[in-house]
Structures are given as structure tokens and as C-alpha cells.
Design a protein around this ligand. Structure first.
Ligand code: ZN
Length: 293
């Protein structure tokens, strides 16, 4: 176990190194962004679990002479064995708990800062070596096709358009949006949204209810129905009341709009928008049911 603890520790460090090597191997910012957003937290989780196991194994292998000598267990050896085991479990659990708190509360902020940096670092046009410029939401529409614009309007996908002002070359990058829309099985855009919900059977305290969701694709108008069970006393929250921001004419003086939504279900979500119009439209679309946990 003593040597095993070092082996596990080595594997833990190797896990982080593998992540860093794979991340470093991604050639551009967008690839780095995708890789980090998908894998960074998972690799860290694996590493911390392995470290917790290594700590446990290491502590559990200390002071063997207190427990047995010449293959025989001492008088108090059995008690000491269990005390050592308890200390081991407590120490490994404390490490695991602290690591999980860091990963849940501190790390996501750091990661999102890193992702923001990757997303907004000026791109270089590979053909000319020129620095490219990121178009604003209003300017970029011209470079997107109709389906892509429909996805942006549904907030399911966010497109960034970079332009080389000298040559007019553009690069379009695709990012996950704030809300969930399903992939339409007819046009393949992420534009299938719930249009209305119909409570066919009201849930009671004792019985589940039934909800029929009517989907409509905002691009090709495909209609789809799906029935869902409703939890016994659950309720969902919808942001109401056409929220108004500043005069849209003054919208240009706004650099960023941050929205923090606190649900009665304890969920807290925050979002950032580049202008008030977008933020307003987002609130019209918002529903906790459309948000990933
Ligand atoms: Zn469609």
C-alpha cells in the first residue's frame, strides 16, 4: 500500500499532464475552447479523486509496527488497525470534500474567465496573417445563413463572426448558447423549441400529472408533440412581465448586460449579453425548463 500510494499519486499527476499536453496540442483558440469547456473539469475531478485515494493508501500504510510484528497482530493491534483506518477514511474524505468544493464553486469562475479569453482573443487570418475583428451581433447577421440566424434567435447557438477588414475574409465560430433548443429532425438546425405546453392531467400530491409539449421549429416550422410526466408537486418558474431596459436608442452606450436569475427552486443562473435588446429577447424566451442544470 505504501508503494501503491506513490503509484496512484503518479497517475494523478500524469492525468493533469495528459490534459495539459492534449490542451497544448490544440492548434487554435476555438479548438482550445472546445476542449477546455468539455474536459478540463473532468480531468481535474479524476486527478483529485486519485489524490484522495493516494492520501488514504499512504496514511493506511504508516506505522505497521504498531499493529503487527513478525506476522502476528499485537494485543492492541486490532484496535489500532481500526483507528488508523478511521483516520485514513476521514483524511481522504476531507481532501475529497475540499477538492469538490473548489471544483464546484471556485473553479468554474476561473474556467469561464479562461474560456472568455480564448473566445475573444483576436483571431489571425491564416491566409494573410492579419488580425481579424469580431463583428457585433447586429453586424454579423449578414454573414450567417437563415438557419444560423434562427438558432441565434432561439439562443441555442451563438455564432461569432470574425472578419479580416483588409480582405473581407470571414471565419464563423459556433458556440453553445444559453438556452436549450432541440435539433430539428427535418432541417437539422438547433431551432426546435417548446411553443406551448398543455397540462393534460394536473399532478396531485399523490399522482403524477401529464404534460403535452408542443414543439415548433422556428426555422422550418416543423411541429412535434411530446408528452411528459409531471412530478407530483413540482412547479416550474417562468420569468414574466416583458422586462424593459433602457431606451433602445441609448442601447449603444451599454457595454454588457448581466442577468442573474434566482429561481424559487434554488437555482441561480447568470448570463451576459452585449446589448439590451438581446437581453430583453432572452428574458422573453427564458424558462427554467430550457436551462441545463
Ligand atoms: Zn426545422
Amino acid at each position: 500500500m505504501f508503494f501503491g500510494s506513490f503509484v496512484i499519486l503518479f497517475i494523478a499527476i500524469a492525468t493533469l499532464l495528459i490534459y495539459l499536453i492534449r490542451y497544448g496540442g490544440k492548434k487554435d483558440f476555438k479548438d482550445k475552447y472546445d476542449f477546455a469547456s468539455r474536459h478540463e473539469i473532468k480531468y481535474h475531478q479524476t486527478m483529485h479523486i486519485l489524490i484522495a485515494i493516494a492520501i488514504g493508501m499512504h496514511l493506511n500504510s504508516l506505522k505497521p509496527e504498531l499493529i503487527h510484528k513478525d506476522g502476528l497482530i499485537h494485543e492492541d493491534g486490532l484496535i489500532l488497525f481500526f483507528i488508523r483506518l478511521a483516520i485514513t477514511i476521514v483524511a481522504a474524505t476531507i481532501y475529497g470534500y475540499i477538492a469538490s468544493l473548489i471544483l464546484r464553486f471556485y473553479y468554474p469562475t476561473r474556467l469561464s474567465q479562461k474560456l472568455k479569453r480564448l473566445r475573444y482573443t483576436p483571431r489571425i487570418n491564416p491566409k494573410t496573417g492579419n488580425k481579424m475583428q469580431l463583428l457585433s451581433e447586429d453586424e454579423e447577421d449578414v454573414y450567417l445563413d437563415e438557419g444560423q440566424r434562427a438558432e441565434e434567435d432561439a439562443f441555442s447557438i451563438d455564432y461569432d463572426v470574425w472578419i479580416d477588414q483588409a480582405t473581407g475574409d470571414t471565419t464563423v465560430e459556433k458556440y453553445e448558447g444559453h438556452l436549450i433548443a432541440l435539433k430539428c429532425d427535418r432541417c437539422n438546425f438547433m431551432t426546435l423549441k417548446i411553443e406551448r405546453e398543455e397540462l393534460v392531467k394536473e399532478p396531485t400530491e399523490f399522482e403524477e400529472g401529464e404534460l403535452v409539449q408542443h414543439y415548433k421549429c422556428s426555422y422550418c416550422n416543423r411541429i412535434k408533440r411530446q408528452s411528459k410526466t409531471v412530478a407530483k408537486s413540482g412547479s416550474s418558474v417562468k420569468i414574466p412581465d416583458n422586462p424593459q431596459f433602457v431606451n433602445p436608442l441609448l442601447g449603444h452606450s451599454v457595454e454588457v448586460v448581466k442577468i442573474e436569475i434566482h429561481g424559487t427552486n434554488g437555482k441561480v443562473k447568470d448570463y451576459e449579453f452585449r446589448n439590451t435588446r438581446e437581453a430583453s429577447e432572452f428574458l422573453d424566451e427564458f424558462d427554467f425548463n430550457k436551462v441545463e442544470d
